[in-house]
Design a protein around this ligand. Structure first.
Ligand SMILES: *Cc1c(COP(=O)(O)O)cnc(C)c1O
Length: 418
């Protein structure tokens, strides 16, 4: 039996130890093949119940009295995410704000902690919000933003990074898994290089959390941010995470001096005095409903186990690549992600000159992936919900679309949201 035979995929599904987790999601009955868990994860049934409880009971009946149980939630859920998904000991992860805002907070704090150094290093393939936030900080402070070139298919070059480091660099900010190609950086090696140059390292984990095992403590990481609505399945706009290594917390001060970061918050005193610990990186009133969704998403992934999820994820993406090689190469597709599973996150990107139109045709055929500039189709088979037969069927439909050129009549201009 060869991989290009559907029975091969059926066999893999039968022996998949995580197969049952699919039924824990609201969409289990849907006929759509969803390969966009790296953009917006699916709805766990437990989350629907937990949100109903927090809305009906805790808010609806408990009202303001529920703050007693809510006030510690961002730190408690931060510890859960840190322990199950990020390799972080308690007291270093907080659920708060958005990734964009957390990036601003931690990058600003890092620059203040390196007086006399005036350079921020990032790369030109970093996610847009990361590049924009760093541009803004550099403009406000009169710092230099040194942007290194990264290949959009193969990912960060450590040699290029080494050339950009020096005694003037305060902060390096990079994505652990590249949003377009899925290229996976070596966190421990890069962090070590940055430390050797005397700078602080800020990782963006948006495409890593819940997809690849992250070992922040073991890698000696300083700072990290990441969202929860992708592989953690916490829902649109759910609050993000931030990590600050414990021994750095006292010396860092973030720029948004809100009352949730204040020591003796309800003393309502005249002056801002940041509380000790990770809570000093909080700003204002936390988003409780979203934080509950982060808790449920992290519990579910923790139960499945990040190592098992990663093993299934690499099997799914490797299978997808095998089928793409065999079926799609003749139609002008080319792999735009690292071929080695050890250098890849949870998604696979394919290049094609007509990527946007093919991506629309694929959606119309019941397979949801997404399009990314300049000419790429991104397919993210989240391990907790995707079957090997889903990968087979999706690639089979893609092959049909390519063979029949059924996309040729579709609009060439990308939509507002891709
Ligand atoms: C998804 C993503 C973001 C999103 O940031 P928001 O503040 O949630 O909009 C940021 N960085 C990376 C690398 C991402 O993949």
């Amino acid at each position: 039996m060869t991989p290009s035979n559907r029975a091969y995929a059926e066999k893999l599904d039968e022996s998949d130890p995580l197969a049952g987790y699919r039924d824990r999601f609201a969409s289990a009955v849907s006929r759509t093949i969803y390969l966009d868990g790296n953009s917006l994860g699916q709805l766990p049934l437990a989350t629907r119940e937990a949100i109903a409880e927090v809305v009906d009971d805790q808010w609806g009946r408990g009202l303001v009295r529920s703050w007693d149980r809510w006030v510690g939630l961002p730190g408690e859920v931060g510890d859960l995410v840190g322990g199950t998904l990020l390799g972080a000991a308690p007291g270093q992860v907080l659920v708060s704000d958005s990734t964009t805002v957390n990036l601003y907070k931690l990058a600003s704090a890092a620059l203040d902690a390196r007086p006399g150094r005036t350079v921020i290093v990032t790369d030109d393939d970093n996610f847009p919000t990361d590049r924009y936030v760093l541009q803004g900080i550099a403009a406000q402070r009169g710092c230099e933003l040194r942007t290194i070139n990264t290949d959009i298919d193969s990912g960060l070059s450590e040699r290029t990074l080494a050339d950009a480091l020096g005694p003037d660099v305060a902060l390096v900010s990079l994505s652990h898994v590249a949003y377009r190609s899925g290229a996976l950086a070596d966190m421990a090696a890069v962090t070590g290089m940055v430390h050797a140059a005397g700078a602080l390292m800020l990782w963006d984990l948006c495409h890593s959390i819940g997809a690849v095992p992250v070992e922040l403590d073991a890698a000696g990481a300083d700072l990290a941010v990441g969202c929860t609505y992708k592989y953690v399945n916490a829902g649109p706009g759910a609050p993000a995470c931030l990590y600050v290594r414990r021994d750095l917390q006292e010396s860092l001060r973030q720029p948004i001096w809100g009352w949730f970061g204040q020591a003796d918050q309800f003393g309502m005193g005249p002056r801002y005095q940041p509380v000790a610990g990770i809570d000093r990186f909080a700003t204002g009133t936390p988003q409780i409903i979203g934080t509950v969704a982060v808790r449920e998403g992290a519990r579910l992934l923790g139960e499945a186990g990040i190592e098992r999820l990663r093993a299934k994820s690499t099997a799914l993406t490797s299978y997808l690549i095998d089928l793409a090689d065999e079926w799609l190469t003749p139609y002008g597709f080319r792999l735009a992600s690292p071929r080695a599973a050890s250098h890849r996150g949870g998604h696979v990107t394919l290049h094609h000159d007509d990527a946007w139109r093919i991506s629309q045709a694929l959606t119309a055929a019941g397979v949801i992936g997404d399009y990314r500039t300049p000419d790429r189709i991104r397919l993210g088979p989240a391990a907790i919900t995707t079957r090997f037969t889903d990968v087979f069927d999706a690639m089979d439909r893609l092959r049909q679309i390519a063979a029949e050129r059924s996309y040729a009549e579709l609009p060439a201009k990308p939509a507002r949201v891709t």
